[in-house]
Design a protein around this ligand. Structure first.
Ligand SMILES: NC(=O)c1ccc[n+]([C@@H]2O[C@H](COP(=O)([O-])OP(=O)(O)OC[C@H]3O[C@@H](n4cnc5c(N)ncnc54)[C@H](OP(=O)(O)O)[C@@H]3O)[C@@H](O)[C@H]2O)c1
Length: 291
């Protein structure tokens, strides 16, 4: 599938944040395989080396922590030198972390970090790349989540960040319409990536930091949450489901505004938002197995 703006794939340059593992890495490798030029955001030499080993010479790893203004500026400079007047065909805001835990236990620092990476980081990266995107009448693809449609207890900080990303996505889409820049949100449910292990490790660390007295207050709910997280991780869909949507959003003549990946995601966005709060609370507690 060709982009409507370029004669050939090799003239299209896409930038993806958080491409060291999971969804970002899979998107980078697939776009590279299709002949596009990919600049893939990583945070370590090791991640860059691993990506290079799995892709063609067209793929360029770029050092970028989305919370670091100097690294964002350097990445824009590097991409700008590579694309020249053609501009940037697409930006995928994918980098993300999931900070789990009850609001009472989470440190303010942890909550801030959740928003810095999942919201402010994407806003900063998008703003910095806008002049290049405007030149190409390019695309912005935001990787949202089922939790941008349904806020889940004990995943409140993550859910709040994904709700905020929805607002960013929808307002940006309207603001950039006149420049011919299309904006899409890809909304996955559970996908088989390292994020599950990372978030379990983070939960254990945060619980240890909170101390046993506070932790005990939430113990039975947290055990239920751990069980549902394990079940979700076991039933997680393959990463290719997300890759297909991202490729469509970047290259199709008429990209969708939202890609709801699965019936569960569709229900969360389309149905659970419009029912009463009490009914939704009841459904959520039942689904998660809370007493
Ligand atoms: N997997 C799911 O079930 C699922 C479901 C819905 C939505 N999502 C969303 O999909 C996106 C990708 O997640 P994933 O599942 O592929 O998880 P993942 O494998 O853990 O990938 C997350 C990526 O984000 C990067 N990252 C973390 N903090 C960063 C920062 N400050 N600056 C730049 N990059 C940073 C990580 O880099 P390092 O390796 O350097 O840490 C990694 O490359 C996230 O936005 C997530 O919320 C995932």
């Amino acid at each position: 599938m060709k982009s409507e703006h370029f004669e050939s794939e090799s003239e299209c340059l896409f930038f993806i944040t958080g491409a060291s593992t999971g969804i970002g890495k899979a998107c980078a490798i697939e776009l590279d395989r299709r002949g596009f030029r990919v600049f893939a955001g990583v945070r370590s030499d090791e991640a860059a080396r691993r990506l290079r080993a799995e892709a063609s010479d067209r793929l360029t790893p770029v050092r970028i922590d989305v919370t670091d203004a100097a690294e964002i500026a350097a990445a824009v400079e590097e991409v700008s030198a590579a694309v020249g007047d053609a501009g940037l065909a697409g930006l995928v805001n994918n980098a993300g972390i999931a900070v789990p835990g009850p609001w009472e236990i989470l440190s303010t620092e942890a909550i801030r970090k959740q928003f810095e990476v999942n919201v402010i980081g994407h806003v900063a990266v998008t703003r910095a790349f806008l002049p290049l995107l405007r030149k190409a009448r390019g695309r912005v693809v935001n990787i949202g989540s089922i939790n941008g449609g349904l806020a889940v207890p004990y995943l409140g900080a993550y859910s709040a960040s994904k709700f905020a990303l929805e607002v960013f996505n929808d307002t940006l889409r309207t603001e950039l319409r006149n420049f011919g820049i299309r904006v899409s949100a890809v909304e996955p449910g559970a996908i088989d990536t390292p994020i599950w292990d990372k978030s379990t490790a983070l939960a254990e660390q945060l619980s240890a930091d909170a101390g046993p007295e506070v932790f005990e207050l939430y113990q039975s709910d947290l055990e239920a949450i751990r069980r549902i997280a394990e079940r979700s991780a076991r039933g997680a869909a393959p990463v290719e489901r997300v890759v297909r949507a991202v490729v469509h959003a970047l290259t199709a003549k008429r990209p969708k505004t939202h890609y709801f990946l699965g019936w569960d995601v569709r229900i969360c966005f389309k149905c659970l938002r419009v029912i009463s709060d009490r009914l939704r609370d009841w459904i959520v507690r039942r689904l998660i197995g809370l007493r």
